[in-house]
Ligand binder design. Structure first.
Ligand code: XMP
Ligand code: MG
Length: 187
């Protein structure tokens, strides 16, 4: 799916496919430098981080193990509830391991703040965070992310893993939706 397929549902492209690709290459190179040797477990947060996890991992030039978690901090709406639930847990035991969480976006920061603590409590040796996007103006708790793709304004965004009512995850870019889409499909 691309911008042409969206018709008037797309308000604007915020970050293009090329910009995402370029930035993920830079972050992967940084990860290669930061983890020159030893163990590294990538933990992708479903569903939003799926495209980034796949694209990033193929740009990393060292061994990595990949695992997935699904957590819920949102209902069907567009506001964080602050309550985090594990919907699908890791297969891997993180005890003693170097973990890099790969996430789509830091909005309030509540999800990643909780997730980092959760993995440290399980005995992870280190827990770093990569977020493709971050909304600095939406922060409710500080999350010290090690790798951030782009800081964006405090607007609801879709694409590159991010959805509205489960649609638009398969867009190769990050964009915003036209207001009429929320008004029809939203509450
Ligand atoms: P918090 O607030 O805990 O949120 O940092 C993290 C999770 O909330 C979702 N999220 C969004 N999803 N467009 C989306 O499609 C957005 O603008 C947006 N902001 C937050 C997302 O799942 C993220 O993992
Ligand atoms: Mg998410």
């Amino acid at each position: 799916m691309d911008a042409n397929d969206m018709g008037n549902a797309l308000e604007k492209v915020l970050i293009s496919e090329e910009e995402l690709d370029q930035r993920l290459s830079e972050l992967a190179a940084q990860i290669d430098r930061d983890y020159p040797e030893g163990d590294l477990l990538l933990v992708g947060v479903l569903k939003g981080a799926a495209p980034a996890m796949v694209d990033l991992s193929r740009k990393i030039h060292r061994p990595v193990e990949m695992d997935w978690m699904a957590v819920s901090s949102y209902g069907a709406g567009t506001k964080s509830s602050g309550v985090v639930r594990i919907l699908k847990d890791l297969d891997a035991d993180v005890h003693g391991r170097n973990v890099l969480i790969v996430e789509d976006i830091i909005d309030s920061g509540l999800t990643l703040h909780w997730l980092r603590e959760n993995l440290l409590n399980r005995g992870a040796k280190s827990v770093s965070i990569l977020a493709v996007l971050r909304k600095p103006d939406a922060a409710k708790v500080a999350v010290d992310a090690n790798y951030v793709g782009f800081d964006i304004p405090n607007e609801f965004v879709i694409g590159y893993g991010l959805d509205f009512a489960e649609d638009y995850r398969h867009l190769p870019f990050v964009g915003t939706l036209a207001r009429h889409v929320y008004e029809v499909e939203g509450e």
